[in-house]
Design a protein around this ligand. Structure first.
Ligand code: ARG
Length: 564
């Protein structure tokens, strides 16, 4: 049932005719706390038409409003406050959640249309960084959120598997590496060669020339160069996969930059045909000075292609292949200019669908306030972070619930979930400092807190045994302590829509924290399992809460252990 509509209808009947239904709908607010009602209408805009003070207007209108279907309607200052009928409302909400179960909140906004999501996209031969973790979990969550609105997400891992850095890596490996060493600990050792290359190249610039030459060989299809590159890539993917498995993230395509090697000529041709390519000191560029941007570098002096060249080809390929309604790129905010340029160049090429490309930036993760970078060697290794988080979770479980079965599996779900939740709970554009202890706390605004709340709800339901909720007439909870929780349940479909519209998983994370908190308050103040006539309805509410808690965690890519 649409409760807001009920408020609008009641108002429209008593308001002057020139105020439209749409205006009323837009003016209605949700008071911060329930003691001011569930909806409020500010009367300020009527002051001019009615030549009266807003307070007076509110007072007069309240007398005229038909209160059928409301608990009460009162005026507070210039506002008219509507209190919904708790019985009708709670019955309606609980029934809907229990009927729809995991379909609760679904809508057909997307009509099944494709939305490619460029996400994760680590660079091979380097450790997956915290930035790539962010891209992975944000992208994964957005995929789940838009799925609920019936968009079809296509998760694409645009691996950094091509570019001059592989020339450097080959030079480094040939100078200082060995098969045994690489096989023993691939990514760390490859990183070591890479870091050393940068150090030594400062004094020996001829190393850079060698690296360029090796990359050129790769582009020209040289056997030895490609064999090394393939080897590095396979080893890297194997290590990345371990992390994806732990995060429970799957991809539809692992089409990295190299996938577009044979698709770039067509792009360069089109650029040429449209008269967009210019020569600048031997390189080929698209001039973007009219936008106050540095040029888009399409080909280097030696003919080597660049990051943006491959992204142009990828964008076109995705349009041709998926006929997308939206094409998303979850990439750190430091690449904002790159994506601005990408969209401008596509537009100049005549591809109006470039308007459907949405760049979804996110902030940095720092440690002790410092930026991380692979070149300096200052990286937090994601695997270590996950391991530490799981250890910490295990310790706390050991203290709280020493008899728990499958402790290791629960610790994994809690530790990994904690890291993921922490990443998603702030607006994605915000940077944040990473402090493990804070992330894995069981209280406060953390993933474990939500998981724990859900486990508590499930434990209540287990104690109650099998209950048949089909007997719908009784499922109303009018207890004032439960009211906030019930209203939050009703809000879930809106939360999903808002999260999807802004590509903002934090909307779901913040919501689920609030829901958990309000449920815990209810739990602290009421005897849920008391054997009286309201028992079944209270259990139905607990069940609804657990459904929505689990679904929300699921949308964030966080698991919900049954016990912890
Ligand atoms: N591999 C890149 C990096 O680590 C991110 C790629 C993002 N996706 C894209 N289509 N450019 O910086």
């Amino acid at each position: 049932m649409d409760f807001k509509k009920q408020v609008v209808d009641a108002l429209v009947k008593v308001l002057p005719e020139e105020i439209t239904e749409e205006q009323v709908t837009n003016l209605i607010e949700k008071p911060k706390t329930s003691d001011l009602g569930d909806y409020a209408f500010p009367t300020f805009i009527l002051a001019k038409t009615l030549h009266k003070a807003p307070n007076m207007i509110a007072e007069e209108l309240v007398g005229k409003i038909d209160t059928t279907g409301f608990e009460k309607v009162v005026n507070t200052g210039a506002y008219i406050n509507f209190f919904l009928d708790k019985e009708a409302f709670s019955k309606d909400v609980i029934n809907e959640v229990l009927t729809e179960q995991t379909n609760y909140g679904n809508a057909d906004q997307g009509k099944g249309r494709n939305v490619p999501i460029d996400m994760s996209s680590p660079n091979i031969a380097k450790p997956m960084s915290m930035g790539h973790l962010r891209s992975t979990v944000i992208g994964n969550s957005i995929a789940k959120i838009i799925s609920k609105l019936n968009y079809n997400p296509v998760k694409i891992n645009h691996l950094g598997d091509w570019g001059t850095q592989f020339g450097k890596l080959i030079v480094g490996y040939k100078l200082w590496g060995s098969v045994e060493e690489v096989e023993a600990d691939p990514i760390n050792n490859l990183l070591k060669y890479y870091v050393r290359f940068h150090k030594e190249a400062e004094e020996k610039p001829e190393l850079d020339d060698e690296a360029r030459a090796w990359f050129k060989k790769m582009e020209d299809g040289d056997k030895e160069a490609l064999a090394l590159w393939t080897w590095f890539k396979e080893l890297s993917l194997k290590e990345f996969q371990i992390i994806y498995d732990r995060l429970d993230v799957q991809f539809d395509h692992f089409t990295g930059e190299s996938f577009y090697n044979d698709k770039m000529d067509a792009i360069v041709d089109t650029l040429e045909e449209k008269g967009l390519l210019k020569e600048s000191r031997g390189a080929e560029i698209v001039d973007l000075s009219e936008y106050d941007l540095s040029p888009a570098l399409i080909k280097k002096t030696d003919g080597a292609t660049l990051y943006i060249t491959r992204d142009l080809a990828a964008a076109k390929y995705r349009k041709d292949t998926f006929d997308f309604v939206k094409s998303l790129y979850v990439v750190g905010s430091e690449q904002a200019e790159h994506f601005t340029k990408l969209k401008i160049v596509l537009k100049k090429m005549g591809y109006d669908w470039s308007d459907d490309i949405d760049y979804i930036p996110f902030g940095l993760i720092t440690t002790g306030g410092k930026k991380l970078s692979t070149r300096s060697g200052r990286v937090i290794l994601l695997e270590n972070v996950l391991n530490d988080a799981v250890d910490l979770a295990k310790k706390q479980i050991e203290e709280k619930n020493p008899d728990l079965k499958n402790k290791d599996a629960v610790a994994e779900a809690v530790g990994v979930g904690a890291v993921v939740f922490h990443d998603l709970k702030n607006d994605r554009r915000d940077s944040f400092d990473f402090n493990l202890e804070e992330v894995v706390r069981f209280e406060g605004e953390t993933g474990p807190y939500v998981q724990y709340t859900n486990a508590r709800a499930l434990s209540i339901l287990r104690k109650a045994g099998d209950v048949d909720y089909k007997d719908a007439e009784n499922l109303a909870v009018t207890d004032p302590e439960a009211w906030d929780t019930i209203k939050m349940l009703q809000n879930f479909p809106d939360v999903v829509k808002r999260a999807a519209k802004d590509y903002e998983p934090s909307v779901v994370a913040k919501y689920v924290l609030k829901l958990a908190k309000s449920f815990n308050q209810y739990y602290a103040h009421s005897k849920i399992l008391a054997d009286d006539e309201g028992l079944k309805a209270r259990l139905a509410l607990v069940k609804s809460v657990s459904i929505v808690l689990q679904m929300s965690l699921g949308l964030l890519g966080v698991k919900a252990p049954e016990e912890m």
